[in-house]
Write a new protein. Structure first.
Lengths: 546, 424
C-alpha cells in the first residue's frame, strides 16, 4: 500500500526530496532486524515501512507529525534503529530515521550535564565529555547506542549505574514533539531556565516520558534531552594501544583498577554485593564476561585479548589445565572497576574491597592483575566499546529468566535453576553454562540488582531459533511458578511490538504499568498516529477495550 | 564464491551499526567518529554494510527487483573496508566487504550497471584504460628516462606504474622519481611503458570480475616473459590487485611491494641517504587499499563448523583479514626518517582511516560523493595543524588536489616519493 501522492508530496515538502524515499531496497533495509526471525516466521524482515524520512530538525519533526495527524497516517521513529522495536509494527506506517539530528547541543561543564539530539552515540558524547573531565552513562547495549534513546525512550540501564545513577535519575529536561505535533519542553526548560532540571520549575513529565522503562518511541518524538554527567579523573583522551581487535588502554595506575571479585558460594556473592552498596565503592560494577557462560568465559577472554586467536582455538583452550583452573576461579565473579578521584581515594576503595573479600571468603581472580588484562578490561568497561561480543559466539542472542530484584536473588537457588534450564537446551543453543550477565546495581550507590541470562543461538538455523524461543518461554514459565514477573525480555518486547496480542493482553491484565501506559496513550495521541510499541502494540484502541 | 554462498552470512548480521563508525575504542571526538562515507553522505540505512546485507538477502529471496535506486545503493560505496574492520572488532564470522563485492559481481553478471559506466567500459575495451585516454599515450610519462623496457629485455623488478600515474601528467613526477630512486639504489628495474596493462583492481571492485581476470592474466604473462620476480607499484589500487586479487584468482606467485615498503627497506639498508632537511609538518593519509585492504592473501580451504552446539568456527583456521596486517608502518618509517619533517596523526588513522573517496569507481561514477568524502578527509587533516597531507596512492592524491583547488584551501598534497626526493 503506497502512500497517496498527496501525502508523499506533503512530507517531501517538509524534508526535501533527498530525505525521503520509497525505494523498496531501502525500505527492506529498515525492515531487516536483529531477532526478527523470532516473530517473523524465521524471516529477517519485519514489516516494511511505506516510506522513510530523514528529518533534520525539531521543526521538521513537528511538521511531519502534524501532517500525520492531518492524514491519519501512523509514524514510527528511531535513532540508531537497533532491535525489532525499531521496525514499523504494522503496514501503512512511515518511519522517521533521526540520523541527521546528530548534534551535541551543549556540554555544561560547570553544571555537569550535556544536551544532545537523537543520533549522538554514547561513545561520541563520552569522548567530548572526557575532554572536560566528565563522563556520561553508557547503557548496557554499549557505546554505539543513542544517548537520547537510553535516557528518554528505553530502560537504558547499564554497568555504571552504581556510580552514574539510573537513566531515570540522570535524565534532565526534555524537548518533546508530542503525538499531536505540539512541542512540550519539560522541567526547567519549560520555564526558559535551561536544561538543568527534569522536574521544574516548569512542567514535569518525567513519570510519563521516562518512568522505569520509557515509551520506546511510542510517545511521539523526543528531539533533545539533557543528561547528567559525572566526574572523570582520567586523561582527556583515553590512549588506545594494541592490534585490532585486541585494543587496550593504559590508564594511571594510581587512579584506575580493574578487579574480578569471585566467591565460593552465591550467598557470599550476595553478601559482598550488599557490602559494596554499604561502603559506596566502585565506578562500574557488572557481571560482564559471564555473557560467554561460566564454562566458556575464561577461554573466550583468552581469544578476544589475543589478535592471533580465533574461535576455533576454544577447543584447545578448554582442554588446557590453566584455563580449566581459571574457569573454576571465575565461576561466581563480577567485574568491579575502581576509580579514584585521588590516589588516596583509590587506595581506600581497594582496602574496602579487600576487607569485603576477606569477610565473605572471596578472592580477586589473579588473571585481572596481569597488566595486559588490566588494560583490556579497563577499556572494555569504561568505553563499553566491545559490547557486540555478545554476538560473537553464534551470531545472535536472546535471554531467559531475567531478574531484577534485591541482591538476595543472587543467593537464591534460581541461579542453579536457570543453569539446569540452559543445559537442557545445550546443543541447540550454545552450551556455555550459566550466562547471567547484568549490573550489580541499577541505582546510584546500590539498590537493585539482577541479571539478563543470555541464550546464544544461530539466527539462520531454524532449530536453533526455535530452541532459543523455547528456552526463553520455559524460563518465563518457571518464573511464573515462583511468583516472579515474566523474564524473557527480548522475546517479550519483540512479540509485544510486532503483534502478539496474547502476550500483550497478559501483560495488560497483570501489570498496572502497562494499563496506565495504555490510558496515557489514548490521551496523548487522540488520533492514534504515534506508532505502537511493546506496551500497546500495533492496534492500541482494540487492546484498550480488553 | 557467489552471493548465494553468503546467504547464511547475511542472515547473521546483528544490525548493530558498528559498521558505520570507526571502532568505538578509537573514538576521540564527536566530529571524527564516523567510519563509513557511504552512509554518512547517502544517509539511508541501505547505504551501510548492514543495509547491504539486508539488500543482498532481499535480492536473494526475491523480495526486490532491479531498479535505479538499487544500483545506486550497491555501487555508491568505495569498498574502502572501514565497515569490515569495525564489524570484525566483535564478529569472527561476517565478511562485509566480501558480501558487497559479491553483490556487485551479481549485478554486473545480470547486466545491471550504472549508465556512467558505458563510456568508461567503451574506452577500456578500445584503449585498455578507463582514464578516457588512448593506449598510445600510456608510456609518455617515461620519455627520456633511462630504464629497461620489459617488452624487450628482462629485469628482476617490474615497476608497474598504473593508469592514474601513466595518464595524470601533474603526477608524472612520482613514477619518474621512483625509477631514478630504484636505479640509483642498484635495483634491476624495468617498465612495460606503452604496453603496460591496467592492473584490473579498480575494475574488480567496480564489479567487472571477468574484465579483471583478463587484465590479470595479461600482466602475469608479461611479467613471466620478462623474467620478473618482484612487482613494485606506487599505486595502492595496483598493490591491492597484485597482493590480494592476483594470488586469489590466478595463484600468482610474484613478490609484491608497495614503493613505501621498498623505500623503507632501502633507507634502513643505507641505500637511500638524505642530505637535506624538509622542515614541514605533515599528516599521513592511509590509502584503504594499501592499509586495511592491503593485507597479504593467504589461501584457505576449509569449512565452517559448530562447536559447543552453536559456536561458529572455521576449520582449519581461516585468515581474518580484519585490517591488522595492512601496510601502516613502512610509509610512516619513511616519513619519520626524513630530516626536519614532523609527522602528526589524524584522529582516524591506520586500519580505521577515513577513505579519500576515489576507490572502487566512485570517483568516475559519483564525483560529487567522491569529493564530499575527500573534503571530509581534508578537514580532518587541517584539524591536525599540518600544512600538508601526504599519501602513497595517486588516486587519493588526485582527489585531494581537486577538492583543495575547488574549495580554495591551502593544504598541500604530496606523495611520500615527493618528500623523499626533496630530502635527497
Amino acid at each position: 500500500m503506497a502512500l497517496l501522492r498527496e501525502v508523499y508530496e506533503a512530507l517531501e515538502d517538509i524534508v526535501g526530496p533527498d530525505n525521503i524515499t520509497e525505494e523498496p531496497a531501502t525500505l527492506d533495509s529498515y525492515a531487516y532486524q536483529w531477532i526478527a526471525e523470532l516473530v517473523a516466521d524465521g524471516s529477517k524482515f519485519l514489516t516494511r515501512p511505506e516510506a522513510v524520512l530523514l528529518p533534520g530538525s525539531t521543526e521538521e519533526v513537528q511538521a511531519i507529525v502534524k501532517t500525520c495527524n492531518r492524514y491519519k497516517l501512523k509514524f514510527h521513529v528511531y535513532s540508531t534503529g537497533w532491535g525489532p522495536w525499531a521496525a514499523a509494527p504494522t503496514e501503512g506506517q512511515i518511519l522517521l530515521d533521526l540520523r541527521r539530528m546528530d548534534r551535541i547541543v551543549e556540554i555544561d561543564e560547570q553544571n555537569m550535564f550535556a544536551v544532545v539530539e537523537p543520533y549522538v552515540m554514547a561513545g561520541q558524547l563520552q569522548a567530548e565529555a572526557m575532554k572536560v573531565g566528565l563522563n556520561n552513562h553508557i547503557s548496557g547495549a554499549g557505546a554505539g547506542t543513542s544517548v537520547l534513546a537510553n535516557a528518554a525512550c528505553f530502560q537504558g540501564g547499564g554497568p555504571d549505574c552504581i556510580y552514574f545513577a539510573s537513566p531515570q535519575d540522570s535524565t534532565l529536561a526534555i524537548e518533546w514533539v508530542m503525538p499531536t505535533g505540539d512541542i512540550l519542553r519539560t522541567g526547567s526548560l519549560g520555564s526558559d531556565l535551561g536544561w538543568f532540571c527534569a522536574e521544574g520549575p516548569g512542567p514535569s513529565a518525567q513519570g510519563v516520558i521516562r518512568g522505569a522503562l520509557a515509551g520506546a518511541g511510542g510517545w511521539g518524538v523526543i528531539t533533545k534531552v539533557a543528561v547528567r554527567l559525572v566526574h572523570w579523573p582520567g586523561p582527556s583522551v583515553m590512549p588506545i594501544e594494541g592490534t585490532v581487535p585486541a585494543y587496550n588502554s593504559t590508564l594511571p595506575e594510581n587512579l584506575f583498577r580493574a578487579t574480578f571479585p569471585a566467591f565460593p558460594s552465591w550467598q557470599a556473592f550476595a553478601d559482598a554485593v550488599y557490602k559494596i552498596y554499604d561502603s559506596e565503592i566502585g565506578y562500574i560494577a557488572h557481571r560482564q564476561f559471564i555473557m560467554w557462560g561460566d564454562e566458556l568465559q575464561a577461554a573466550f577472554l583468552k581469544v578476544v585479548t589475543d589478535p592471533t586467536r580465533q574461535l576455533c582455538d576454544l577447543k584447545e583452550l578448554l582442554e588446557m589445565p590453566e584455563i580449566q583452573q581459571l574457569t573454576e576461579e571465575m565461576r561466581r565473579n563480577f567485574q568491579l572497576i575502581l576509580v579514584g578521584m585521588t590516589q588516596r581515594d583509590l587506595e581506600y576503595q581497594q582496602k574496602v574491597l579487600d576487607h569485603i573479600l576477606s569477610e565473605t571468603g572471596g578472592w580477586n581472580v589473579a588473571l585481572v592483575d596481569e597488566p595486559a588484562m588490566q588494560r583490556y578490561v579497563l577499556l572494555y568497561m569504561i568505553k563499553l566499546c566491545f559490547k557486540n561480543l555478545n554476538f560473537t559466539a553464534s551470531g545472535s542472542f536472546l535471554d531467559t529468566y531475567n531478574t531484577i530484584a534485591s541482591p538476595d536473588v543472587w543467593a537464591s537457588e534460581e541461579m542453579e535453576t536457570v543453569k539446569e534450564l540452559m543445559k537442557k537446551y545445550a546443543g541447540r543453543i550454545v552450551d556455555a553454562g550459566e550466562q547471567a550477565m547484568g549490573p550489580l546495581s541499577g541505582q546510584a550507590g546500590g539498590g537493585i540488582s539482577g541479571w539478563e541470562n543470555f541464550v546464544f543461538y544461530d539466527p539462520q538455523d531454524p532449530d536453533s531459533v526455535k530452541a532459543s524461543m523455547e528456552v526463553s518461554d520455559e524460563g518465563d514459565k518457571i518464573k511464573a511458578e515462583k511468583g516472579r514477573p515474566p523474564g524473557g525480555m527480548l522475546l517479550g518486547l519483540a512479540r509485544g511490538t510486532h503483534g502478539d496480542e496474547e502476550i500483550r493482553a497478559k501483560k495488560l491484565s497483570k501489570s498496572p504499568e502497562y494499563r496506565w501506559q495504555r490510558k496515557l496513550k489514548e490521551v496523548l495521541d487522540p488520533n492514534g498516529v504515534g506508532s505502537g510499541n511493546y506496551f500497546w502494540g500495533a492496534e492500541p484502541s482494540k487492546e484498550g477495550k480488553k | 564464491m557467489a552471493l548465494e554462498d553468503y546467504r547464511a552470512t547475511v542472515k547473521r548480521c546483528s544490525r548493530c551499526s558498528y559498521c558505520k563508525w570507526i571502532p568505538f575504542a578509537h573514538v576521540k571526538s564527536w566530529r571524527f567518529a564516523k567510519g563509513c562515507p557511504s552512509i554518512e553522505f547517502n544517509k539511508f540505512q541501505s547505504y551501510s554494510a548492514s543495509g547491504r546485507f539486508a539488500v543482498s538477502l532481499s535480492l536473494l529471496e526475491g523480495r526486490i527487483s532491479y531498479t535505479d535506486g538499487l544500483l545506486d545503493i550497491v555501487f555508491k560505496c568505495m569498498l574502502d573496508g572501514s565497515c569490515d574492520v569495525s564489524c570484525k572488532v566483535c564478529r569472527y564470522d561476517l565478511e562485509p566487504v566480501e558480501v558487497m563485492r559479491q553483490l556487485r559481481f551479481k549485478l554486473i553478471d545480470d547486466g545491471q550497471f550504472p549508465p556512467q559506466d558505458i563510456p568508461l567500459i567503451d574506452n577500456l575495451r578500445k584503449e585498455d584504460n578507463m582514464m578516457m585516454k588512448s593506449k598510445a599515450e600510456r608510456g609518455k610519462w617515461a620519455e627520456g628516462l633511462d630504464v629497461k623496457d620489459l617488452t624487450q629485455e628482462e629485469a628482476e623488478v617490474a615497476f608497474h606504474v598504473g593508469c592514474r600515474l601513466c595518464y595524470d601528467e601533474e603526477l608524472w613526477r612520482i613514477p619518474r622519481t621512483v625509477v631514478t630512486l630504484l636505479r640509483n639504489a642498484g635495483i634491476d628495474v624495468g617498465i612495460m611503458g606503452r604496453d603496460e596493462n591496467c592492473c584490473g583492481g579498480r575494475l574488480c571492485d567496480m564489479g567487472y570480475r571477468g574484465e579483471f581476470i583478463k587484465y590479470a592474466e595479461n600482466n602475469i604473462e608479461a611479467w613471466t616473459t620478462a623474467g620478473v620476480k618482484t612487482v613494485v607499484t606506487a599505486c595502492s589500487d595496483g598493490y591491492h590487485a597484485f597482493k590480494r586479487l592476483y594470488p586469489a584468482e590466478l595463484d600468482s606467485k610474484f613478490e609484491v611491494l608497495h614503493i613505501t615498503e621498498l623505500l623503507d627497506r632501502l633507507i634502513k639498508e643505507g641505500k637511500i641517504k638524505f642530505s637535506k632537511t624538509v622542515p614541514m609538518t605533515v599528516t599521513y593519509h592511509d590509502p584503504c587499499h594499501l592499509g586495511r585492504r592491503g593485507e597479504p592473501y593467504v589461501p584457505w580451504s576449509g569449512e565452517q563448523k559448530k562447536i559447543r552446539g552453536q559456536v561458529l568456527v572455521y576449520e582449519p583456521r581461516k585468515p581474518r583479514n580484519n585490517g591488522a596486517l595492512g601496510i601502516y608502518e613502512p610509509p610512516r618509517n619513511v616519513l619519520r626518517s626524513i630530516p626536519g619533517l614532523e609527522l602528526v596523526e589524524m584522529e582516524r588513522n591506520r586500519e580505521y582511516a577515513w577513505c579519500c573517496g576515489a576507490g572502487a569507481g566512485v570517483m568516475e561514477r559519483y564525483p560529487d560523493f567522491s569529493s564530499l568524502t575527500a573534503g571530509e578527509r581534508i578537514e580532518e587533516a587541517s584539524a591536525t595543524g599540518a600544512e600538508a597531507i601526504v599519501s602513497a596512492c595517486p588516486w587519493c592524491e588526485r582527489n585531494f588536489i581537486d577538492v583543495i583547488n575547488d574549495r580554495g584551501e591551502r593544504m598541500k598534497v604530496y606523495d611520500i616519493v615527493d618528500l623523499v626526493r626533496e630530502a635527497l
